[in-house]
Write a protein that binds this ligand. Structure first.
Ligand code: NAD
Length: 351
């Protein structure tokens, strides 16, 4: 069996992508890892400073939604596999600007698929590995879990665009015989996450004594997974997963937003040597997001049984490490929260 050599990772300058790129570059020295990223507001090469000089790493700046560009890139470089993470990823932004989600998440994915089909014809070991979200399954009530067999029922423009991309991947498998794997993961948290997503947003706001905008009554429930555990799952699925299969990845760690916020507040009070209860005073309930899904919860039995994967980081430990990372990387946080971010923040949260 050929060992895959040239691996294209898309979206590698983003939050999850940077952890995946680092893992592949440092653990698989025989691979040439290519990181294709257009560097939107969410893409940041600072995330990869520690490995940018590695001999098996190449950064390529480019847009997956540009079909001519993608086909010429794939003609120039014979990739053995694609690990596809590039996406517009923030639900709130998808509500104000759905078209950019269609462009990157749907058209961009189809461009990559078209070029991958060509490569797969010449290389039976080719793999297209598509990274997706549990949000494609819609919302759960109080009980139950999403399994790999749960019907798709997306509610936001973000989840609809991801659902669409998942369908295209599967359809290219069925129609053109493209070898693929899909994984659908729950909410990630950890170092390098852009502070528009709940955990880094709240860490940053607590540092700055700004209100913590909690949607609705705070009872929305999400399953949280540490990004390093997700990167490990991606590595495992990439190497050991069965082609043509979907794997759900989750943290076995459901939290109501309000519970999570209170836990974060307690940990931040400790970190900032503030009296307990200080940060909680910043909690402000804000008008609900339209189409807001009540609860997501993943049944990750398949990946556990087939591939032996389980989360390794507890939530409390992971949150503390994440807080420490944002404190140790003040410059990173200051850089990404200047300029455009302030405009976005003003528009998004009128608190
Ligand atoms: P992110 O927004 O932090 O990063 C996305 C990256 O994609 C950025 O570096 C951005 O510059 C790049 N990108 C965007 N449009 C592009 C384009 N047209 N061409 C090339 N590059 C482009 O996102 P993330 O949170 O790291 O998510 C990565 C992937 O994982 C996404 O596909 C997302 O749907 C999926 N996912 C995320 C979560 C989560 O909790 N964050 C959970 C499950 C699945």
């Amino acid at each position: 069996k050929n060992i895959p050599k040239n691996i294209l990772i898309t979206g590698g300058a983003g939050f999850i992508g940077s952890h995946v790129v680092r893992r592949f570059v440092s653990q698989y020295k025989s691979y040439n890892v290519f990181n294709l990223d257009v560097l939107t507001y969410a893409g940041n090469l600072e995330n990869l400073k520690d490995i940018e000089q590695a001999p098996n790493y190449t950064f390529i700046k480019g847009d997956i939604s540009d079909s001519n560009y993608i086909s010429s890139l794939f003609q120039k470089q014979m990739f053995d596999a694609v690990v596809h993470l590039a996406a517009e990823s923030h639900v709130d932004r998808s509500i104000t600007d759905p078209m950019s989600f269609v462009k990157t998440n749907v058209l961009g994915t189809v461009n990559l698929l078209n070029s991958s089909v060509q490569l797969a014809k010449e290389n039976p070991d080719f793999l297209f590995y598509h990274i997706s979200t549990d949000e494609v399954y819609g919302s759960l009530g109080k009980d139950g879990f999403f399994t790999e067999k749960t019907a798709y029922d997306p509610n936001s423009p973000y989840s609809a665009s991801k659902a669409s991309s998942d369908h295209f991947v599967r359809a290219y498998g069925e129609t053109y015989g493209l070898p693929y794997i899909i994984s659908n993961c729950s909410n990630n948290y950890g170092p390098n996450q852009f502070p528009e997503k709940l955990i880094p947003l709240f860490i940053n706001n607590i540092i700055q004594n700004k209100p913590l905008p909690v949607y609705g009554d705070g009872n929305y429930t999400r399953d949280w997974l540490n990004v390093k555990d997700h990167a490990r799952a991606i590595d495992l699925i990439f190497h050991k997963g069965r082609k043509g299969e979907t794997y759900n990845v989750g943290g076995f760690n459901e939290r109501k937003n309000i519970e999570l916020t209170k836990l974060l507040c307690r940990l931040m009070d400790k970190k900032l040597h503030r009296e307990e209860g200080t940060s909680e005073k910043l909690i402000t309930f804000v008008k609900d997001r339209p189409g807001h899904d009540l609860r997501y919860a993943i049944d990750a039995t398949k990946i556990k049984q087939e591939l032996g994967w389980e989360p390794s980081v507890t939530f409390e430990e992971g949150l503390e490490n994440t807080i420490n990372w944002y404190f140790d990387n003040k410059e990173w946080l200051d850089n990404v929260t200047s300029g455009d971010y302030l405009e976005y923040y003003k528009k998004q949260y009128q608190v």
